[in-house]
Design a protein around this ligand. Structure first.
Ligand SMILES: CC(C)(COP(=O)(O)OP(=O)(O)OC[C@H]1O[C@@H](n2cnc3c(N)ncnc32)[C@H](O)[C@@H]1OP(=O)(O)O)[C@@H](O)C(=O)NCCC(=O)NCCS
Length: 175
């Protein structure tokens, strides 16, 4: 297994045009269809980073800031922020534009976590580390351990008192 990889090596961009069967009764993109595409783009990105099959283990808060209309084009951009032991965090940013490509605005974002699965044992497998390079990559890398602790608390995998990074972060904010 490769020990470490650059973020750019697995960055994934997926484009879809919103067709009638993607919409809700108001004629906008149905949220569930967008979530499906986010999961697919995230899994492709995570799979490229790990060179393995991956499963989605958690999806953080997704906000729907702007409606996406029938005929719009959406671009989903996914990149790995940080890898841990067998899991990794991927950030998804979604942009809408019209077919002419004139308007471009961010409509959604979310962090998705995936676990690499070994082909033979079907158990979680070790993943390559991430080497962040750009300012944005470094910022997201640095916050990733804290976000991981929060999602492990919410899924009752760890107790709040075990979340050292979260405690230090909020301790600093309140002092
Ligand atoms: C993901 C799965 C393999 C993890 O198995 P597990 O027995 O809980 O394994 P572990 O406890 O060793 O956890 C494996 C990793 O997942 C992480 N993890 C577990 N639950 C998590 C959660 N809710 N959020 C984020 N990460 C989580 C652990 O922290 C660990 O990461 P690390 O190795 O980087 O430290 C198992 O829960 C599973 O198969 N879930 C179903 C996945 C699925 O069907 N997804 C939808 C279809 S793709």
């Amino acid at each position: 297994m490769i020990n470490e990889k650059f973020v750019s090596e697995s960055k994934t961009i997926m484009t879809e045009m919103i067709m009638p069967n993607d919409t809700n009764p108001l004629g906008n993109l149905m949220g569930g269809n967008l979530m499906r595409w986010m999961d697919i783009a995230g899994a492709i990105c995570a799979g490229k980073h790990c060179n393995s099959h991956v499963v989605t283990v958690s999806v953080d808060h997704i906000s729907f800031n702007k409606a996406v209309n029938l005929g719009d084009v959406i671009t989903l951009e996914a990149f790995v922020t940080r890898a841990f032991n067998s899991s990794l965090e991927v950030v998804l940013n979604v942009f809408r534009s019209d077919i002419k490509g004139i308007i471009r605005e961010k409509t959604n974002s979310a962090f998705l976590s995936f676990v690499s699965i070994d082909d033979e044992t079907k158990k979680p497998a070790k993943v390559p580390k991430v080497v962040p390079q750009t300012e944005e990559e470094i910022r997201l890398y640095e916050g990733a351990s804290r976000r991981r602790e929060i999602r492990l608390i919410l899924s009752e995998k760890i107790k709040p008192e075990e979340a050292i990074e979260v405690r230090d972060y909020f301790g600093k904010m309140s002092s």
